[in-house]
Design a binder for this molecule. Sequence first.
Ligand SMILES: Nc1ncnc2c1ncn2[C@@H]1O[C@H](COP(=O)(O)OP(=O)(O)OP(=O)(O)O)[C@@H](O)[C@H]1O
Length: 379
Amino acid sequence: MKDVLEVRQVSKVYEGQRGVHQLDFTMERGEIVGFLGPNGAGKTTTMRMITGYLHPSEGSVLVDGVSVHDQGRSVRSKIGYLPETPPLYPDMTVQSYLKFVANLRDVPARDVKLRISEMVSRLGLQGREKQMVRGLSKGYKQRLGLAGAIIHKPDLLVLDEPTSGLDPNQIIEIRDLIRELGENHTVLLSTHILPEVSTLCNRMLIINQGRLVLDASPQELGSAMGDRFKVSLEVKATEQQLLQVLKPWEKAKSEVIPRSPASSLSSSSDGNLDATASDLAGGDHKAGSVLDTADTPDTASHVPSTVHVRLTGETSEDFREELFYLLSGAGLPILEMKRENLSLEQIFLKLTTSEPVGIEDVAEPTEHTQRPDSGEGSK
Ligand SMILES: Nc1ncnc2c1ncn2[C@@H]1O[C@H](COP(=O)(O)OP(=O)(O)OP(=O)(O)O)[C@@H](O)[C@H]1O
């Protein structure tokens, strides 16, 4: 599929200060890409270069194969941009503002009326057409800003922190709108709200100190970070029963999670069981020291107890379904299964809390971008 956006080795240096450094990525039609980074990372600088408001110091930006900076106006008609603070005129009405933007964006005169009514209904602005912009709530101003950004039917929509400063209800409404817009547009959106990326985007870019440090889909995050797939689970079984099933399974290594000291004190009174289970478990399994007998006060009666284990996969591949069938086939009910991989928050912190990079590094080759396929180099 043809790329809607190509950002090719783009750098921006502001008077001796780094804006961004050798960014290189593409976006395919229909993608909603989240653009993340701490304050000052370079998100706005990048978005302003993509939308043609700022010239790169090096590199090029192409939209539908055409250079944003060489072909200026004609390419800008393919782009919709909602800056962090939408450029609204307080003394205009909703309708006059949309008419103004439609003219500015070269919407053919015969289409303007229809296009405005489309925008009003699509963005939920019905009944407010005659209202002054200054009287709109922040959420409605954002809707109007979005209407202005898409009134000329752009291929690419660039949204700079579209939910910033909104209350939780407005955030939900604007996210729903963005999701809908994503059905017909390619969307790049910057945000500081990490769960927003998980719920809205099918890909995320993380930028730190002007450099791209991650380019991955939510599903690829684990492998991009070299994170093996991990789950913890509670199974209704004895340690011995469980490890007999898990030991021959090659997908993951298992480790029995020791019970808390308080509960292990009570179960350690029957210490023989522990030794037996660990012996049976065999060398490959780092079995914990204590058999969980929380559900079996009378251990001598051999009523199945519960065991907590942590499984670490050989790769980042999700093995939960296979594990479910493995244990259910062995008649061992899973009482709880919890994924233990790095959260997006943890990944974000890991990638963005490195040592500062000095201005002298600006001229050096780009740092490696974490990619799930190669583990290095941006897309
Ligand atoms: N006009 C400018 N002149 C000089 N330096 C600038 C200018 N605009 C941005 N910068 C610098 O470029 C770097 C990137 O800034 P940018 O605003 O792109 O970051 P950001 O990721 O959008 O930050 P935030 O999340 O705070 O909006 C920062 O160090 C910033 O100080």
